[in-house]
Ligand binder design. Structure first.
Ligand SMILES: Nc1nc2c(ncn2[C@@H]2O[C@H](COP(=O)(O)OP(=O)(O)OP(=O)(O)O)[C@@H](O)[C@H]2O)c(=O)[nH]1
Ligand SMILES: [Mg+2]
Length: 436
């Protein structure tokens, strides 16, 4: 039900200086008058007051009033800034419930903002992303989203597809109007190629950014004893993994997380890869292979002082994956572009290289890009439909092309949470004054 009045505690429910209890809906102003000293409400103001229950003062508070149309939800809203004890905050919430408010569902204030047309769905996504942000990159991209980055990105593509659908439909429905542009295959195809390239670029950038934003799943691999665990410890700046001079020390996966300037690495140290009959080590190596499958980045460690054909084999196997080759034990012998001494915690050539390598991906934080899984998944479906349309153009099937374009358009509307059918029909009638 959209027109009932909802309430919730908007701050974390733990002891603190201040808590905020929020109310939204048409009875908000009536209810606040019943439980406080407020007699007349002047919208968009904050007043000092008391909350009362059965004439007893429960708390001394500040109350903000927002009139419909000028609030977060676009409905009448009240925010009560009360003292932050859990007990008092709950008491105020219960009072609102007694007076007829309903407890809001998670995200319901933002849902109302969307349903009442204050924000589109991509902005609502971003509110959620901002609340859940754990790093500055995540927060930066969420704020861009709240300021309409996804809309700015998707809307032009959506409009172009809509225009072409409308023109094809007009050609079909009104063949007698020859002065309208004829949407032949020659006209449609360049548009399709352009849209496909744009959709692919949006997906590519969003996925690259997602990796740096959420942290690169990074596995450290190599032969036994090359210094993988020493490198993990040096990156984490603590002795997380056991290091010994016995080959085959690490058997299970050891995990850790490190932030280097801008990027975050979700690190996994693994068992050294080599031929072995030893049962536990074998299981460890199987786990290593599984971790490699899921990795965004592989750091292949080689002992520069002791290279043999097992290293060559690993280089050959992983060279086509997203692999960085690191030559360790630089205190004994230096070689290669990235030369480190994990033992001496001298790993700056690796960290500098990583920061440089992902610089472009990190700078995507300042571009308009798709922000989350939901949006990326819908753009992928849109791309599939555009490719289908291109396929169907070759078979000269106008009906199929229109159906594909409509689906593509539909997915773009879903990204922004728009009603696609209505929008399309309205546009067709508005743009084509055919005197009918
Ligand atoms: N001289 C030198 N020794 C190193 C360096 N890094 C690691 N070592 C030594 O190499 C040996 C093996 O180090 P680990 O970090 O356990 O190697 P690992 O690759 O994890 O070995 P496994 O877990 O057995 O596969 C230890 O004796 C380390 O002290 C380095 O930069 N220089
Ligand atoms: Mg190890």
């Amino acid at each position: 039900m959209l027109n009932d009045t909802i309430c919730a505690i908007s701050t974390a429910l733990k002891d603190g200086a201040i808590s905020i209890v929020r109310m939204s809906g048409e009875d908000s102003f009536t209810i606040i008058k019943q439980i406080s000293d407020v007699k007349r409400i002047k919208p968009n103001t904050i007043v000092y007051s008391h909350i009362r229950k059965d004439d007893q003062i429960i708390d001394e508070v500040l109350i903000s009033f927002f009139a419909a149309g000028h609030s977060y939800t676009k409905e009448d809203m009240v925010e009560i800034n009360c003292h932050g004890g859990v007990y008092v905050t709950r008491l105020i919430l219960n009072l609102l419930l007694e007076k007829g408010c309903r407890l809001a569902e998670p995200g319901e204030f933002t849902k109302r903002a969307y349903l009442n047309g204050r924000i589109d769905l991509s902005k609502a996504d971003s509110v959620n992303d901002l609340i859940r942000a754990e790093s500055s990159l995540q927060a930066r991209s969420a704020i861009r989203g709240m300021n309409g980055s996804v809309e700015r990105l998707v809307e032009p593509l959506l409009e172009q597809i809509r225009d072409v659908i409308a023109m094809i439909e007009v050609n079909i429905d009104y063949p007698e109007y020859e002065d309208e542009v004829q949407m032949s295959n020659d006209v449609i195809l360049p548009h399709l190629n352009d849209w496909i390239a744009k959709a692919e670029e949006m997906i590519n950038k969003a996925e690259r950014f997602r990796v740096v934003k959420d942290g690169l799943k990074t596995v450290i691999i190599g032969k036994p004893n090359v210094g993988k665990s020493s490198l993990l410890n040096a990156l984490l700046e603590k002795d997380k993994a056991i290091v010994t001079d016995v080959a085959g020390t690490t058997r299970d996966l050891v995990e850790g997380k490190v932030s280097l300037k801008n990027i975050t690495l979700n690190l996994i140290d693994t068992a050294g890869i080599h031929e072995t009959r030893e049962q536990i080590e074998k299981i460890g190596i199987e786990k290593t292979i599984e971790a490699i499958e899921e990795a965004d980045l592989i750091i292949l460690v080689i002992d520069a002082s002791d290279i043999d054909e097992e290293d060559e084999k690993l280089l050959e196997t992983y060279k086509d994956r997203n692999t960085i080759v690191v030559y360790n034990k630089a205190d004994l012998k230096t070689m290669g572009e990235i030369s480190i001494s994990a033992l001496n915690k001298d790993i700056s050539s690796l960290t500098d290289y990583l920061n440089e390598r992902y610089k472009d991906d990190i700078s995507l934080a300042d571009e308009d890009i798709l922000n989350n899984e939901r949006q990326i998944a819908l753009m992928k479906r849109c791309l599939e439909q555009l490719k289908e349309a291109k396929e169907n153009i070759r078979y000269n099937s106008t009906d199929m092309v229109v159906a594909d374009l409509s689906s593509a358009y539909h997915y773009l509307c879903q990204i922004l949470g728009k009603e696609y059918q209505e929008d399309l029909i309205e546009h067709m009638f508005a743009n084509f004054c055919l005197g009918k």
